[in-house]
Ligand binder design. Sequence first.
Ligand code: ADP
Ligand code: 5GP
Length: 196
Amino acid sequence: MNGFIFVISAPSGAGKSTLIKKLMEEFPELSFSVSTTTRKPRPGETDGIEYHFVTDAEFDDLLANGHFLEWASIHTSRYGTSIGAVKNVLESGKKLILDVDIQGGEALRKSLPDAHFIFIAPPSFDILKRRLVDRKTETEHTLQVRLKNAVEEMKSVSLYDYVVINDDLEKAWQDFKTVFLACHMRPDHQKLGWDI
Ligand code: ADP
Ligand code: 5GP
């Protein structure tokens, strides 16, 4: 495969956005696949940056028009990856990060088998809960849904190529960067320069 696709999944609150942001700052050649969601923007989120925020009816239209490579109902909203962003990367040899849930990870394993699959794990349920509470982005209902789903999502760790445990942030960042760099050494990405 020409381009690099990194599929990153984690239970909500594990620190995935924090680590992806650091990676994109350190490696500016990386692009982020901006998903479409029916979730309402959080304070500080901008349409077109973190997500394309749409209504339920708009999501239905996109779905009917074959806009998504994969999509899923997650927690209390719908989320989808647009085909366009991925196609462009595969054709141009660029590097793209896809931030998707476990259902998205499973679907992409089938449609993008050569992608690199990385899971970010919180160190424990209690720490995950503390992070989500402290982030102050959830209502009591969405907090409970996300925590319940986290227990299920943790059962899918083995579907991924790498797992980064985000306990101490600096250590997790070093591990995440190491995994990212190691992905570049896979045989299909190496230019060997041998006439064989
Ligand atoms: P996700 O994108 O996986 O939902 P976030 O990146 O938003 O998670 O992180 C959830 C919360 O936890 C944020 O408030 C973030 O600042 C904080 N956080 C992330 N990593 C750590 C860490 N290693 N230690 C303590 N807090 C963290
Ligand atoms: P959040 O609402 O916290 O931003 O994201 C909730 C969940 O939706 C996260 O697990 C995130 O990875 C997932 N997600 C975001 N975009 C997509 C997408 O396009 N497809 C899928 N399947 N999951 C997504």
